[in-house]
Ligand binder design. Structure first.
Ligand code: NAI
Ligand code: 15L
Length: 285
């Protein structure tokens, strides 16, 4: 299968954790990989290597984003605030930022985007539930809301302008699961690349929502719902289970961070209030 579906591919958030993991892997998907991040973060990238060009851009700056997008055929959009925090930076990077990105994509006739959405779009579902993309969003944080906004914006740009997007609700993509929750949400870097490759190469993508996970034994998502793009995960968190159990305490089943899919994001950022009876917060809060 040819995976070099686009000659110039833009990777935003290139200096971040997933950007670093994808940098070498995505070179197989294009002739020229354009790496972008904020100016100050671009120093982490070092010099551009073969088949790379570095174009700094703050997502909140429409002119800079337009320049980064010009001449690209597809975008892997990893840039933005990746955790919960104050509203202003989320507004700038994730809401204004994703709008600027799609406006630039429209302006330069980019055909396809892989958007790093997040499991926190549906973080207020219980871990006992199995979700499909048809479940409505239940964001657990301002961060989750900003990702839901990006998904809806992508839908509008598909319906109005035909720009195809895979909104990949990434679970927890790290070298290995850090805790028991991540045994369900883990996505290996290789599977992330497999999933992005599938989204970039499938003949018809449309606007689609995909839960991005490895083939973990425990899953909160219907595994069949990712098959339409041709993604077949090859890794599993199961190989880490014993080690994770050994180094982490028995979870408190009454703790909402254990009951809900969003885990600790339920209690980060804006305060949880008493009206959420039954959501009493972690012990001591
Ligand atoms: P990260 O925080 O390591 O990287 C994000 C990058 O975006 C950083 O290099 C940062 O400088 C850049 N960025 C932030 N604000 C920006 C702005 N205004 N303009 C330009 N660039 C800006 O995050 P990570 O882990 O690499 O995640 C990448 C993407 O995947 C993020 O969008 C995150 O929300 C999403 N995601 C990641 C998950 C994970 O497990 N790593 C899980 C779910 C979603
Ligand atoms: C995310 O959306 C974050 O970007 C990442 O840092 C992890 O915290 C992940 O979700 C998670 O839920 O584990």
């Amino acid at each position: 299968m040819t995976i070099k579906a686009h000659s110039t591919l833009l990777l935003t958030g290139a200096a971040g954790g997933l950007g670093a993991a994808l940098r070498d892997r995505l070179k197989a998907n294009c002739d020229m990989l354009r790496l972008s991040d904020r100016q100050e973060a671009c120093s982490k990238l070092g010099p551009a290597q073969d088949h790379e060009v570095i174009v700094p851009a703050d997502l909140a700056d429409a002119v800079q984003v337009d320049r980064a997008v010009q001449g690209c055929q597809a975008i892997v959009h990893m840039g933005g605030m990746s955790v919960e925090g104050p509203f202003e930076p989320i507004l700038q990077a994730n809401i204004l930022g994703v709008y600027n990105l799609y406006e630039a994509a429209r302006n330069h006739r980019v055909k396809r985007v892989v958007f790093a959405s997040s499991n926190h779009v549906t973080g207020f579902y219980k871990q006992s539930q199995t979700l499909t993309p048809a479940h409505p969003p239940r964001p657990d944080s301002l961060y989750g809301v900003s990702k839901a906004f990006g998904e809806d914006l992508a839908s509008m740009y598909f319906d109005r302008y035909g720009i195809e997007t895979a909104c990949v609700r990434i679970g927890s993509s790290f070298p290995e699961p850090k805790d028991r929750r991540m045994l369900a949400s883990w996505l290996s870097f290789d599977d992330l690349h497999r999933l992005i490759t599938a989204c970039l190469t499938t003949p018809v993508l449309g606007h689609t929502i995909i839960f991005g996970m490895s083939d973990n034994a425990v899953s909160w998502y219907d595994k069949a719902s990712v098959r339409h793009v041709g993604y077949r995960p090859q890794d599993t968190s199961d190989v880490f289970k014993e080690a994770v159990y050994a180094r982490t305490p028995e979870p408190d089943a009454t703790d909402p961070a254990v009951q809900y899919q969003g885990g600790g994001f339920l209690f980060s950022g804006i305060p949880m209030t008493a009206h959420l009876s039954g959501h009493n917060g972690p012990k001591g809060k």
